[in-house]
Design a protein around this ligand. Structure first.
Ligand code: ADP
Ligand code: MG
Length: 641
């Protein structure tokens, strides 16, 4: 293939264009971050080269000294800052792909969520990761000159854009491999052509970068009467510490440095919520630095999202998103693991089988759970923040990780009838500490929404007796409860499932209950016939005080919420009918019992059944029939027969 020397002008992908525009406008007050992003990219490019060179050392092209160089020029006409690296570089196609499009899935949906409110949007963009386009916050024009490692000098490419609708691309030979990005600064951003300003920003944001960031030594002050020697060779010096941050001792690393390093590894824009940095010695030797973000990424529900840690082996970068080191339900954790035991040519396939990886995974999982437990014990709202953002993901834990079930259960937070608030802030330990003397179960109700759960007819007897019930309404809750089973030796009990056994009933109550059941035998049988095709059974209950009826699920049947989710997803759902429980003390039920007209009895019976369904957030099979039956009854009651 001959090099394409033509100068081509191409349009940015629509999403890229939108993002560019937004970035320029919403991050203006934080413009210096472009340096962090570009240096972060340069450092990634060097990591990638170092890794590729493990297999093919010719990629180093005899110039193994890996480094980033930052140069500024400042004249009357021209103010530029240039960030150069001798990393992996890009070929023509890669330049178009990487700088002209946004590959992240869900980008369009993300952009739709933006409000136009600059302050809010800048937060969202932070979540998205600002990246290369941040250059256009300060530059009116950006040139990227790059050449891929291992290719000939004439394969160099020049990319250029004003950050509007288009960019141009042409061939431009480049002797040295890697990428050089020049920003032609906007008038009001010329401060970034100032050596000291740039130095201090890099110190602040990029000191943790493990490759040297070089800048020209400032010229020595002129001696008396002499002009500084313009032709003297420029001397470069590293302006950062250039050691991998995680290799330093905990006490040597400042919080600010941990935070900046987080932004580099996570591509996040905000500070992390907390972190845990550990060196493990012994049979296995490795260092881990794990972070919890403050905000869920916009694509967290995409199970294919980039997840996992950056893997290093003996300080050499091996891969991003090494998902083998943490389970799926901890996919929000970011950070680095650096192993001394793995081989440098380890691959994803090998990682899956390596027993060392398996034991690191279980140790790292414990670390994260401990970090969460510590956060939960701490003062302030940090755990509440975590729960709000990631609680639903953590709820996948008990199903995925049997070994840590109890640990995870302690970290769960719920809404309960104790507070009757939607905020999930009550732990199972809180619940257990409030259990009644003879209570031996942890009760819960699952519904479509918090409101439906809170007003569930099943709760009536519990409220009357002052027994606390967990109010569950997240999509994963049925799934979660299927796997939890018990906590602290106490069984979980779905109050809409099976027969109600509150254990602590008095003799008096029992006698009353039996009396009611006897009295309603005839009604139960009659109603059972009318609703034969819809219910498995009709029975009298003591769980209702205000409502006339409710539906109960058989002990081994699928819960109503799970059923609705499966149906919505087009999954086959096993046939099963609910049990209809009636409250014999309720006036409507008494009225039903008195009804001699069989047609009206059937209508009223069906209405009560449909209402039980509605009260738990279900949908009626034939809503129009329900409305017409009800209206007929209403008219009869008003005398308009
Ligand atoms: P991210 O770093 O999150 O992937 P960026 O917007 O910062 O996103 O960069 C987009 C892509 O452009 C990078 O993933 C990389 O492939 C490429 N890229 C950017 N800067 C460089 C560079 N200095 N050298 C090589 N590739 C680069
Ligand atoms: Mg980047």
């Amino acid at each position: 293939m001959t090099a394409d020397v033509r100068k081509e002008t191409l349009g940015f992908q629509t999403e890229a264009k939108q993002l560019l525009h937004l970035m320029i406008h919403s991050l203006y007050s934080n413009k210096e971050i472009f340096l962090r992003e570009l240096i972060s990219n340069a450092s990634d490019a060097i990591d990638k080269l170092r890794f590729a060179a493990l297999a093919d050392s010719s990629l180093l092209e005899g110039g193994p000294e890996l480094q980033i160089q930052v140069d500024v020029t400042s004249s009357k006409k021209l103010h530029t800052v240039t960030i150069s690296d001798n990393g992996i570089g890009m070929n023509r196609d890669e330049v178009i792909e990487n700088l002209g499009t946004i590959a992240k899935s869900g980008t369009a949906a993300f952009l739709e969520n933006l409000t136009g409110d600059q302050k809010k949007d800048s937060q969202l963009i932070g979540q998205f990761g600002v990246g290369f386009y941040s250059a256009f916050i300060v530059a009116e024009r950006v040139e990227v000159h790059t050449r891929k490692a291992g290719e000939a000098a004439d394969q160099g490419v020049l990319w250029e854009s004003h950050g509007e609708a288009e960019f141009s691309i042409e061939s431009r030979p480049k002797e040295t491999r890697g990428t050089s990005i020049t920003l032609f600064l906007k008038k009001d951003c010329q401060e970034f052509a100032d050596d000291w300003r740039v130095r201090s920003v890099i110190k602040k944001y990029s000191d943790h970068i493990s490759v040297p960031v070089m800048m020209a030594k400032p010229p020595a002050p002129a001696e008396d009467g002499e002009k500084p020697d313009k032709d003297a060779p420029v001397e470069y010096q590293a302006i950062n510490a250039a050691t991998a941050l995680w290799t330093r001792g905990r006490s040597d690393v400042k919080d600010e440095e941990y935070k900046e390093f987080y932004k580099h590894v996570s591509h996040d824009f905000q500070d992390p919520l907390t972190w845990s940095h550990n060196r493990v010695e012994g049979k296995l030797e490795y260092t881990s630095l794990l972070y919890l973000p403050q905000k869920a990424p916009f694509d967290m529900w995409n199970r294919e999202m980039n997840r996992g840690l950056k893997l290093y082996v003996q300080r050499t970068f091996i891969m991003d998103d090494a998902e083998q080191f943490l389970p799926m339900y901890l996919r929000f954790v970011k950070g680095v693991v650096d192993s001394n035991d793995l081989s440098l040519n380890v691959s994803r396939e090998i990682l899956q089988q390596d027993p060392a990886v398996e034991s690191m995974r279980s140790a790292l999982t414990k670390r994260v759970l401990d970090m969460l437990a510590k956060l939960a014990k701490g003062k302030g709202d940090d755990y509440a923040t975590f729960w709000k953002e990631f609680g639903q993901v953590l709820k996948e834990g008990p199903a995925e990780d049997m070994a840590n079930k109890e640990k995870i259960a302690k970290l769960l937070r719920f809404s309960t009838t104790h507070t009757d608030q939607e905020t999930q802030d009550q732990s199972l330990e809180d619940y257990v500490s409030r259990m009644q003397e003879k209570q031996d179960k942890i009760y819960y109700v699952v519904a479509e929404s918090f409101k439906t759960a809170k007003h569930s007819p099943h709760l009536e007897v519990f409220r009357k007796k002052g027994i606390e019930v967990l109010l569950l309404s997240d999509r994963v809750d049925d799934w979660l409860m299927n796997h939890l089973q018990e906590f602290d030796g106490k069984q979980f009990q779905d109050i809409a499932r099976g027969a109600l056994d509150l254990g602590a009933e008095t003799e008096e109550e029992k006698a009353e209950q039996e009396k009611l059941a006897k009295e309603s035998e005839a009604l139960v049988e009659r109603l059972g016939k009318v609703l034969e095709s819809k219910v498995a059974e009709v029975r009298a209950t003591n769980r209702l005080t205000d409502s006339a009826t409710c539906l109960v699920v058989g002990d081994h049947d699928m819960g109503a919420q799970m059923r609705r989710i499966m149906e919505a997803a087009g999954q086959p759902v096993p046939e099963s009918k609910p049990i209809l429980e009636i409250n014999p003390a309720h006036p409507l039920v008494k009225m039903l019992d008195q009804e001699a007209d069989e047609d009206r009895f059937a209508d009223l019976g069906n209405i009560l059944f449909d209402q039980a369904n509605l009260a738990e957030g279900g949908q009626l099979d034939d809503p129009a029939a329900y409305v017409s039956k009800l209206n007929k009854l209403l008219l009869e009651m008003s005398g308009n027969r």
